[in-house]
Design a protein around this ligand. Sequence first.
Ligand SMILES: Cc1cc2nc3c(=O)[nH]c(=O)nc-3n(C[C@H](O)[C@H](O)[C@H](O)COP(=O)(O)OP(=O)(O)OC[C@H]3O[C@@H](n4cnc5c(N)ncnc54)[C@H](O)[C@@H]3O)c2cc1C
Length: 376
Amino acid sequence: MTAPPDLLVIGGGITGQAAALAAADRGAKVEIVDFGRNAGSAANAGSLHVQMQSRFLRLNPHLADNLESSLPLYLSAVTAWEALDVRLGGVELTREGGLMLAETPAQMAFLEQKAERETAKGLDVEILGQNALRRIAPYLGAEIIGGELCRNEGKLNPLLANNRMSDALTAAGVVIHRDRIDEIVDGPVPEAHGARAYRAKRLLVAAAWGAGSMLRTVGLTIPTEPEPLHMNITEAGAYEIHHLVQHAERSITLKQFRSGQVVIGGGWPATRGAGDSVPGVRLRSLAGNVALAGRIAPGITGLRVLRTWAGYNTPVDGKATIGPVHPTSGVFLALPGDAGYTLGPIVGQTAAALALGWEPPLDPEPYAPTRWAAAA
Ligand SMILES: Cc1cc2nc3c(=O)[nH]c(=O)nc-3n(C[C@H](O)[C@H](O)[C@H](O)COP(=O)(O)OP(=O)(O)OC[C@H]3O[C@@H](n4cnc5c(N)ncnc54)[C@H](O)[C@@H]3O)c2cc1C
């Protein structure tokens, strides 16, 4: 019988991949087992979020404290992405800041309060009036009366990042199994059971929407309900939108890749797929999302939408879950808890370090899974 790997990562999205790569780079023997379906990482828009997203605050006011207390994690996350950008050989990462826009005085007041809270957590934010905003973002429409600039934010090209990550994992010798895990068994050499059994010195669960059901088998109840979301990308136009653009009250993220293509998303709903099938797009989301984008940045209205798609986000409770199921467990969790493409690398790297007994890149205590054990 061959020796079990040091680490078996369940879930091969950005979180699991970053965990696996960090462990393999330090000499660990690593395997990934991934179902190969519905990874949010394969559907995402490449926004590097840091400021609190108005959409999350609007839809989940009861989870606002979780989001706010996580702001230091977001700051670490963009630093982790900058290092990963170098490690992967460039993923078109830029950090020219993110704008959250207002069209009414009430929205400006909301942004002013939000900016105060974010400044207290160490974010580099500033409220801009209409003229100051126009100077840095001349592409904005006439209805925009001001906004919040968060200089920590940025964007990257997720297609490039995912391809480069896949190449890096292969080069680092990480073995990838295509399987669906139904059950995990904790113990000195924990096991994961799918079409076959996998053993490893440590298990790391980074399965996003798939984590909840498998964690019930080790006594944790975590709500990893998938949230089906809509996305669009246009043909290429002149490269003018350098910021990540959001709105104080409406659901939107808007940005431009270096190619000039405009990526439009930000939380318009899609339809949940039956069973394990992919989520379906809604015409109303396609039309509403691009119409709003055209009002915000009128210069893009002549561009045709080339592709539209839907994918699963896994917001959990708006706060990451990182660490062992219990202090002596061999099973570790890496769940970003919203904005998971931004948070995935830092969450995965921290969880991998804890699983392998290395110094983690940040204090994981605020994100410990014990809050779920207490809830159960
Ligand atoms: C349309 C859309 C746009 C988004 N845009 C952004 C953005 O711009 N910026 C941002 O920060 N975030 C964004 N997100 C959120 C982000 O994509 C996800 O939160 C993030 O990718 C989660 O990464 P992950 O690796 O934790 O999980 P995922 O990428 O979802 O990967 C989980 C993997 O686990 C596998 N799996 C599940 N169950 C099992 C099982 N039982 N056994 C084995 N494998 C299993 C799945 O098949 C999948 O491959 C967006 C999400 C969507 C849907």
